[in-house]
Design a binder for this molecule. Structure first.
Ligand code: GCO
Length: 408
């Protein structure tokens, strides 16, 4: 990992790549074809078409002055059927493109697009999936490891397990109970452990959860004593601290089989996806198009509390806002709210860094308006407006603001 501040953006394969015909199907393809699962019924078959437009998108990232950026591998693209060799050349060309642009590639193995061949052969309820994931990680290491030195194993396990396996909002929407959910959580931890063993370089995992934004918010932030997969410490204590969280086991005894395994080795650095914190709200408090309260202090308190608990470098892996914007009569896209969002959140991060908290980077979510999961294309998070019919990219005002902030 280079020693300069990691100015970047985050992204994920299913949300930006398109070219569905060039890969195997994932749980999100099957889920998107079910009625009433995706807003307006649109799918990510083409979307941003980053698969064909990645050179143009890299040029935009270079214009921003980024020093790093995260993309995820589409597992079904590189392994369309179990044991088959898929389209690694796309990711090899992409990685070379990042490096040629002076942008350190941070590669995430799993951002929810689970291959259907694995889903239909046991899925996350089957211990073999941990071995399959380990093989996938080892292949990624062998294909890209000469150029990729920084990895993430998963994005937000509480989301894909909580909302996708034990819920109905995300793919595959099984709505499992605690018994099957616990087996899936055990399989996840085993898969993460195998990936950690397979990957060289710096390895982390992107986590999200509630941060209590107050001087006495540490204990509430790491309280795992309720029957929920949402609290950080259920995940961050084993994944970052190398020890199971005992409160969580008392609250959810169904997880005892998970705790029979040894905890994984701690990750090398912390990656936090933080959008909005638990802060006192006032009437008419600023909110995004997702109605998430705008609370810049979440980046200060989140960085501070995680640094105190795990004393490791911290990357803000995702931070951004859903906006409501479109081109005006001059074809320009103005997003003053996102400009202020950027400035206020980076000020909060600067405050943490000035106190000596080891923040190593900030990855804005995200470069391009893209497929926002069950919200389809309704929620725009991009610094760049995308016309999903023509593919036309239009940098928003916030794109230039981010560029100026990076250069300052
Ligand atoms: C998440 C995912 C991203 C989302 C982003 C906006 O945190 O939910 O990592 O894929 O698109 O956060 O909701």
């Amino acid at each position: 990992m280079n020693d300069s501040f990691l100015w970047g953006i985050g992204s994920s394969a299913h949300q930006i790549e398109g070219n569905r015909l060039g890969r195997g199907d994932s749980t999100w393809d099957r889920f998107s074809e079910q009625p009433n699962k995706i807003a307006d019924g649109f799918r990510a078959d083409v979307g941003c078409d980053h698969y064909h437009r990645w050179r143009e998108d890299l040029a935009l990232m270079k214009d921003l002055g980024l020093t790093s950026a995260r993309f995820s591998l589409s597992w079904p693209r590189v392994e369309p059927a179990e044991g088959t060799v898929g389209d690694w050349s796309f990711y090899e060309a992409l990685t070379d493109g990042y490096l040629a642009a002076g942008i350190e590639p941070i590669v995430n193995l799993f951002h929810w697009d689970f291959p259907l061949w694995a889903e239909d052969d046991g899925g996350w309820n089957d211990p073999r999936t941990a071995d399959r994931f380990g093989r996938f990680a080892a292949t990624a290491q062998s294909r890209l490891g000469d150029r990729v030195k920084t990895w993430l194993t998963f994005n937000e396990p509480n989301c894909f397990i909580g909302d996708g396996l034990m819920g109905t909002v995300h793919a595959p929407g099984h709505n499992w109970g605690w018994e099957q959910g616990a087996i899936a959580i055990r399989t996840f931890f085993r898969a993460h452990r195998q990936a950690m063993e397979a990957l060289n370089g710096s390895v982390s995992i992107a986590l999200t959860g509630p941060v209590s934004c107050a001087a006495d918010g540490y204990s509430k932030t790491f309280d795992a004593s309720r029957r929920s997969l949402w609290p950080f410490a259920l995940w961050s204590d084993p994944l970052l601290g190398g020890e199971w969280n005992k409160e969580a086991l008392l609250a959810m005894p169904e997880l005892s089989l998970v705790y029979e395994d040894p905890p994984p080795a701690p990750a090398d650095f912390i990656t936090l996806n933080l959008y909005s914190g638990d802060s006192p709200l006032r009437p008419g408090h600023a909110v995004s198009a997702f109605n998430w309260p705008v609370t810049p202090e979440v980046l200060y308190w989140g960085s501070r509390f995680f640094s105190e608990r795990y004393s490791k470098p911290i990357l803000i892996g995702e931070n951004g806002m859903a906006g409501i914007e479109w081109p005006d009569e001059n074809g320009e896209v103005h997003d003053p709210a996102r400009v202020d969002f950027l400035r206020s959140h980076l000020r909060a991060l600067r405050r943490a860094m000035d106190e000596g908290i080891p923040v190593i980077g900030y990855h804005h979510w995200t470069l391009l308006d893209n497929f926002e999961w069950h919200e389809g294309f309704r929620k725009r998070f991009g610094l760049v407006y995308v016309d999903f019919e023509t593919g036309k990219r239009t940098p928003k005002t916030s794109f230039y603001a981010y560029r100026d902030l990076i250069s300052e």
